[in-house]
Write a protein that binds this ligand. Structure first.
Ligand code: F6P
Length: 337
């Protein structure tokens, strides 16, 4: 099953697991539809070999996904889910999901269900694994978009602000911003003040550049709530309405007098074709998850450590998120302005 927000590479995981399991062990696979909803309702499709042919390059998930919680409602909880698995002769359930989905999986595994996990998020903020599939694709899309914003911005002598995904962690902003040579990168982990942003923008502008600012959606403006409430900032440094990128753009324009535009990339970063890197990582994780199921590694997930896939307890991905360390931010901040 695939659960939570979709992510480029989900289909490659499914293909890796199905082909690996069939070729190595002669396994049979079924796919539950729409995450935990399908599991709870026993709604599934058969996954013979032909169903996964050529799907690695497809975005989204052929199984559908949802944010349904396995513990909620009359069909929630280990007893009913265990019955569904037994009724359908399912010996192992592979949960491909982010922190929320893996937390549910871990609780069910602790209750005795035969579950293995595969970590997934474009945000790359899951602990227990070095990288998640989907992240590379999101960074690639972000980088290309920022490169494009640069040429239109420079032509019009405008400041261009790009808002990228990352509710809790600024990995996408950090990597896409660095790759595209942004003049400022704003992430949730490090509050920057309006003065900082204005200085970086002005410095780039004075050198004759079209300043590029990359903002993660979870960025919090430091010490400015009151001063910029007329531009849509609340006391906590968050936007009252809409995205933070728009508010940052308004502040830059008001403070510098330079025409400023914001583009929010949104779901473009999550849809469509995965990069080759993500396809390879996802395929390896899927194959490794099928092996984990054969070894009865219940309550564990497959993960990337360096260049190797290994197993860690599901709990390694829970309780805290992997945020951008201050040192990584300070490293790139030397290049701002
Ligand atoms: O997968 C995480 C994420 O990409 C966040 O960065 C973003 O805030 C979120 O998904 C939005 O997803 P949805 O609107 O589907 O809840």
């Amino acid at each position: 099953m695939t659960s939570g927000g979709d992510c480029p590479g989900l289909n490659a995981v499914i293909r890796g697991a199905v082909l690996g399991g069939i070729k190595r062990h002669g396994d049979e696979f079924v796919g539950f539809r729409d995450g935990w909803r399908g599991v709870k309702e026993g709604d599934f499709m058969n996954l013979p070999r032909g169903t996964v042919r050529g799907i690695s390059k497809q975005g989204g998930t052929i199984l559908g996904t949802s944010r349904v919680n396995p513990y909620e409602g009359p069909l929630g909880g280990p007893e009913h889910i265990s019955k569904v698995l037994k009724d359908h002769k399912v010996d192992a359930l592979m949960v491909i999901g982010g922190e929320g989905s893996l937390a549910g999986a871990n609780r069910l595994a602790e209750a005795g269900l035969p579950i293995v996990g595969v970590p997934k998020t474009i945000d790359n903020d899951l602990n227990g694994t070095d990288y998640t599939f989907g992240f590379d694709t999101a960074v690639q899309i972000g980088t290309e978009a920022i490169d494009r914003l640069r040429t239109t911005g420079e032509s019009h002598h405008r400041v261009m602000v790009a808002e990228v995904m990352g509710r809790h962690a600024g990995w996408i902003a950090l990597h896409a911003g660095m790759a595209a040579g942004a003049h400022a990168i704003l992430i949730p982990e490090v509050p920057a003040s309006a003065d900082d942003v204005v200085n970086w923008v002005q410095e780039a502008y004075d050198r004759g550049r079209g300043p590029l600012v990359v903002v993660a959606e979870g960025f919090v403006m430091g010490e400015t709530g009151e001063a910029y409430s007329h531009l849509g900032l609340d006391e906590a440094g968050r936007p009252r309405l809409g995205g933070i990128g728009e508010v940052v753009a308004r502040i830059i324009q008001e403070r510098t007098g330079i025409e400023t535009r914001c583009t929010t990339l949104g779901y473009i970063q999550r849809g469509g074709v995965p990069t080759a890197y993500d396809r390879v990582l996802a395929t390896r994780l899927g194959m490794a998850a099928a092996e984990a199921a054969h070894d009865g590694a219940w309550g564990e997930m497959v993960a990337l450590e360096g260049t190797n896939i290994h197993r860690v307890p599901l709990s390694a991905a829970l309780h805290s998120l992997k945020t951008v360390p201050k040192s990584r931010y300070e490293e790139v901040a030397v290049l701002f302005g």
